[in-house]
Design a protein around this ligand. Structure first.
Ligand code: HDE
Length: 716
């Protein structure tokens, strides 16, 4: 991927790629053209090509003659090109992937499972992770309002284990049989294939309005969780209820959680909309940039477990994927940590061809009767067949690092050549025998079933609003305001009154004020009283504020330094050094890409400093924070430029940390005129010197960090 953002300043702390068992396995299929493995171009059958620019023609030197079908070299080139595309994923089509590894801290989870990947701290298990959006096509924008996929493939020594999760802990439906309806409703509408990369349309809101089991998930999808700042700053959830089996034969229900080291952070809506146009690859590039800079994203893996005997102790069904297990009732236990430390070498054979499957579990991990999971276990294998072919598990990125041996054979694109005369069991040569469970063969839990076949769900599956309300009650006021705005935006895009009236009525089952505000905004049904009593319960772990990092950090943040000619060079150099020391990347934004000249140097001569982008090249939307150094002429020029004033005002509107020094403060105060802002100079505070100002609305810890950075710069 050619990436402007990855060039230049971003490669300040380039890290060597890291090897693991899966990377070693992939080497066998890797070609490095830079190592010149051949003299030059060959056909697919290995014959050197002397001309790749001219189709073989019957030509006399004056007149252009017909192109000859005989040209096998041209035909092969065109045919290969004609067939480059495969079907995109039916959902989660757009994604970004990376390699890494997983380690457990101890054998603490041995009381729940005998799976070594979860209990053996001496092991390093390679992983491949693919993050994705759900609704849009492969070419859609990254920052749209949507659920994010968070799919992890562990290449364990006992086989591949996939946790195919999302960044939201619940789902829209309870039973897999509803999935095609849900996906048809959210995807672009059938008559005109609109809209792309969003759920703001009649069909989605029609469906969820008639399907109250979606209410809880819809609340999450309308919250800030659906516009993450970065894939690296999202929680991940297995969503479905799985099971763990220990060596005593006891079974536990389990939910898997990924907790990001950097905390959970989101964009603001206006910013997300703008980035979707300014840099549709924002999240993809962010992941690549961080890994290439050595700022390896990390998540802790935590589990919630419920002993089999306690399955029915809750007022919700623990097999219902539209419900969370509140952490007050079932605490998280952190068991290990995942680190992503290598970007892909080639997008298609890795990120596009990776194929996840919820049915891929390893001994010690199993399924539950969660009706969504049961259906998923069928769907994933099946969909890979139409996307990649029946031998999809042989593809390099998908094959396990442990040996694979069975009597499955043939099918399109079979790669393996299995020696011998028998391809069935039992056979007279005892080739490929089953492995007893005591020697590591997969053991199903001996679950007793005494049931009547029927198309039903249990009574607890019928309650849909308690947890939707719990979620809303648990948000901070500003998070609630964002939810109101999100519903208002989405329902305003529905032009069928039946749709927005139905949904605004449904909201009154969750929260009276929410329903009222949204109905007023979108012309829905304004309620006079709540449709149900609010139970008033809240829990701190549902607001994303709870996941702010304990230690504020600027590591891996993008911080701009906004300059015009005549700036203070000493300050800028000190700032850059300080930002680099804190693990952030700094970006010079100037009047032109190329040299910008400090005070004391003639414009057009002298050393200057190299700007990474001009003012329009990268807008403030693409940075977490920015700093304006001192310099009289520079501040004056910035003040006279509508574009730079807008650049700063927009960043302020997006709640970014803003730092300024000396005349930079005057520029902020006089030209930009940020509403409601006090400057350090006005504060009469001992802890802040009067020579610089820091504006932060507290969205990012980068605010504090930028202040510290400036202090460092001052000390220079
Ligand atoms: Fe998926 N889902 N899903 N899903 N899903 C797919 O598999 C499906 C569900 C999730 O990066 C498909 O390989 C059914 C929940 C992710 O490659 C398909 C049901 C969760 C990804 C499929 C669900 C997910 C997929 C399409 C309801 C969160 C992308 C392409 C029973 C826990 C993985 C593919 C990647 C992809 C089916 C519900 C997450 C069609 C039937 C719940 C992250 O098989």
């Amino acid at each position: 991927m050619a990436s402007a953002a990855v060039s230049g300043a971003a490669k300040q702390v380039f890290a060597a790629t890291t090897e693991n068992a899966k990377i070693a396995d992939l080497q066998a299929d890797m070609i490095d053209p830079a190592a010149k493995p051949t003299k030059g171009l060959t056909t697919d059958h290995g014959v050197y090509i002397s001309d790749t620019d001219n189709w073989l023609k019957a030509q006399d030197g004056v007149n252009t003659g017909p192109s000859l079908l005989e040209d096998q070299i041209a035909r092969e080139k065109i045919t290969r090109f004609d067939h480059e595309r495969i079907p995109e994923r039916v959902v989660h089509a757009r994604g970004a992937g990376a390699h890494g590894y997983f380690k457990v801290y101890s054998d603490a989870a041995a009381k729940y499972t005998y799976a070594p990947v979860l209990t053996d701290p001496s092991r390093t298990t390679p992983v491949f992770v693919r993050f994705s959006t759900v609704q849009g096509s492969r070419g859609s924008a990254d920052t749209v309002r949507d659920v994010r996929g968070f799919a992890v493939k562990f290449y364990t020594q006992e086989g591949n284990w996939d946790i195919v999760g999302n960044n939201i802990p619940v789902f829209f439906i309870q039973d897999a049989i509803k999935f095609p309806d849900f996906v048809h409703a959210v995807k672009p509408e059938p008559h005109n294939e609109v809209p792309q990369g969003q759920s703001a349309h009649n069909n989605f809101w029609d469906f969820v309005g008639l399907q109250p089991e979606s209410a809880h998930m819809v609340m999450w999808a309308m919250s800030d969780r659906a516009i993450p700042r970065s894939y690296r700053m999202m929680q991940g959830f297995g969503v479905n209820t799985y099971t763990l089996l220990n060596s005593k034969g006891e079974r536990f229900f389990v939910k898997f959680h990924w907790l990001p080291e950097l905390g959970v952070h989101s964009l603001v809506w206006d910013e997300a909309l703008k980035i979707a146009g300014q840099d549709p690859d924002f999240h993809r590039k962010d992941l690549q940039e961080a890994i290439e800079n050595g700022a390896y994203p990390k998540w802790k893996l935590a589990i919630q477990t419920i002993p089999e005997a306690n399955e029915h102790d809750f007022d919700f069904d623990i097999l219902d994927a539209t419900k969370v297990w509140p952490e007050e009732l079932v605490p998280l236990e952190v068991v290990g940590e995942m680190t992503l430390n290598r970007t892909v070498d080639e997008y298609f054979p890795e990120t596009e061809q990776v194929a996840f499957c919820t049915a891929h579990v390893v001994p010690g991990v199993g399924f539950s009767d969660d009706p969504l999971l049961q259906g998923r276990n069928f769907s994933y294998f099946d969909t890979q067949i139409s996307r990649l072919g029946v031998n999809w598990q042989e593809l390099p990125i998908n094959r396990p690092v442990c040996p694979v041996l069975n009597h499955n054979r043939d099918g399109a694109m079979r790669h393996k050549i299995t020696k011998g005369t028998v391809n069935y069991w039992p056979n007279r040569k005892e080739v490929g025998p089953p492995v007893p469970t005591k020697d590591g063969g997969y053991a199903e839990f001996m679950q007793k079933i005494n049931a009547i076949k029927q198309r039903v769900r249990t009574p607890k599956f019928q309650e849909h609003y308690n947890q939707a309300q719990l979620f809303y009650n648990s948000l901070t006021d500003y998070e609630k305001a964002h939810v109101v705005n999100a519903f208002s935006f989405e329902l305003s895009h529905c032009d069928d009154p039946v749709v927005y009236e139905t949904y605004s009525k449904l909201l009154n089952n969750i929260d009276f004020d929410l329903a009222k505000q949204v109905a007023i905004n979108v012309g829905g049904v304004v309620p006079e009283k709540p449709a149900r009593q609010n139970h008033g319960q809240a829990t701190q772990t549902l607001s994303q504020l709870y996941y702010a990092p304990k230690e504020p950090t600027i590591a891996s943040r993008r911080i701009a330094i906004l300059l015009a000619d005549g700036f203070n060079l000493k300050e800028v150099l000190a700032l850059r050094a300080a930002l680099k020391a804190g693990g952030a990347t700094s970006w010079i934004i100037g009047p032109r890409r190329g040299k910008v000249y400090p005070a004391g140097e003639q414009v057009g001569s002298g050393e200057g400093i190299t700007a990474d982008h001009h003012y329009e090249g990268q807008r403030s939307t693409l940075f977490d924070a920015f700093i304006i150094p001192s310099g009289a002429k520079h501040a004056q020029t910035l003040a006279q430029n509508g574009r730079t004033v807008h650049w700063v005002r927009e960043a302020f509107g997006h709640c970014k940390a803003i730092g300024a020094i000396g005349e930079g403060v005057a520029f902020l105060r006089e030209a930009v005129q940020l509403p409601g802002v006090s400057f350090a100079a006005d504060l009469n505070s001992d802890s802040v010197t009067t020579s610089y100002g820091v504006v932060t609305t507290g969205r990012y810890d980068a605010g504090t960090a930028a202040a510290d950075t400036l202090k460092i710069a001052q000390g220079e």
